[in-house]
Design a protein around this ligand. Structure first.
Ligand SMILES: C[S@@+](CC[C@H](N)C(=O)[O-])C[C@H]1O[C@@H](n2cnc3c(N)ncnc32)[C@H](O)[C@@H]1O
Length: 309
């Protein structure tokens, strides 16, 4: 992407809005290849805070010293998540992404010990089972990017008792994907593969690229779209039901489960309020709400619960 195109908000909104509309994975990865040199500057213009909020969430629940933990950043892009991890003392970082040019930017950041080209949903992660203390996937769970069928693969490479942090947007065009994602997350929890520690709705995820995405009466405010962060802990003795075994994960379909999933089980033990993004004011009306409500809609600004930490 030409350097002179980068910069102004209308240009960024047009470019990112067009990307959201690409349904095909190969085309999307090609778009990321071209966007890579301008990505960091553009998402800063959009006030995109997912990397910081996700890493905050992980850090608050992480049980041990960060410097000795091995972390996998899935769909790492240019490495914004790695920068946040390093700032909190996580130093052993691996990354994977499906875009060679995004990986090139990540490599230039110099924070990852290992970076691999890997297309989630089409091939397995290049790591043995139970390798990582924590796995994050930030900004890549949506239509045309990482399919829900790749979720068991994240779980496979996580150590027993390790943490998996995932994010998705909750704006109107992503609600169908979010529903399928939550069905997958819930299925794995019902199968005893992991337990949900946090479901954290975030009002100001990034600036909306279209007014249609800011639905009146939802949690999106001031031209922002909303998002949500999930944190799961892999069970120590994994008892994955036969139909949920991640083999082969890239062929799995999303599984719809009953409404009696872990959403209903999540009980508030303590509250987490991430700091607002730079330039954003905390919402004084923010109240904790039922962590089982993962709609991302409602009157409250940012709330969540962590259980068992
Ligand atoms: C919005 S960026 C997020 C990057 C980084 N995690 C962040 O938050 O800044 C999405 C990234 O996901 C990658 N991606 C999308 N679909 C993918 C897939 N199926 N497999 C691997 N990487 C994928 C893209 O190449 C891109 O780097």
């Amino acid at each position: 992407m030409a350097q002179e195109e980068a910069g102004s908000l209308p240009e960024v909104l047009a470019r990112v809005g067009a990307a959201h509309g690409i349904p095909d994975l190969a085309q999307k990865l090609h778009f990321y290849d071209r966007w890579a040199p301008d990505y960091d500057q553009d998402v800063a213009t959009l006030q995109y805070c997912a990397p910081r909020l996700a890493v905050d969430c992980l850090t608050q629940a992480f049980p041990g010293p960060p410097h000795s933990a091995l972390i996998l950043d899935v769909a790492c892009g240019t490495g914004l998540v790695a920068a946040e991890l390093q700032a909190r003392g996580f130093l052993q970082l691996h990354g994977v992404d499906g875009s060679p040019e995004m990986l090139k930017q990540a490599r230039a950041r110099g924070l990852y010990q290992r970076l691999s080209l890997c297309t989630l949903g089409q091939e397995p992660l290049p790591s043995p089972e139970g390798t990582f203390d924590a796995v994050l996937i930030v900004g890549a769970l949506s239509d045309g990017q990482v399919p829900c069928s790749a979720i068991p693969e994240l779980l496979r490479v996580t150590k027993p008792g390790g943490l998996v942090c995932l994010t998705t947007r909750t704006n109107s065009s992503n609600l169908q994907y979010k529903e399928a994602l939550e069905a997958t997350l819930d299925s794995l929890e019902q199968a005893g593969a992991w337990e949900c520690l946090v479901a954290l709705p975030v009002d100001r995820w990034e600036l909306a690229t279209s007014e249609l995405e800011v639905v009146p009466g939802t949690s999106a405010k001031d031209g922002f779209i909303s998002g949500i962060i999930y944190l799961y802990r892999k069970q120590k003795a994994t008892q994955v039901e036969e139909n949920m075994k991640p083999e082969p994960p890239w062929n799995m379909q999303c599984t719809v489960v009953s409404e009696q999933g872990p959403k209903a089980k999540a009980k508030s033990k303590r509250l987490l309020r991430p700091k607002p993004c730079p330039g954003q004011l905390p919402d004084p009306n923010s109240e904790p709400r039922d962590p089982s409500d993962r709609s991302g809609a409602g009157p409250h600004s940012i709330s969540s619960s962590i259980k068992g930490s």
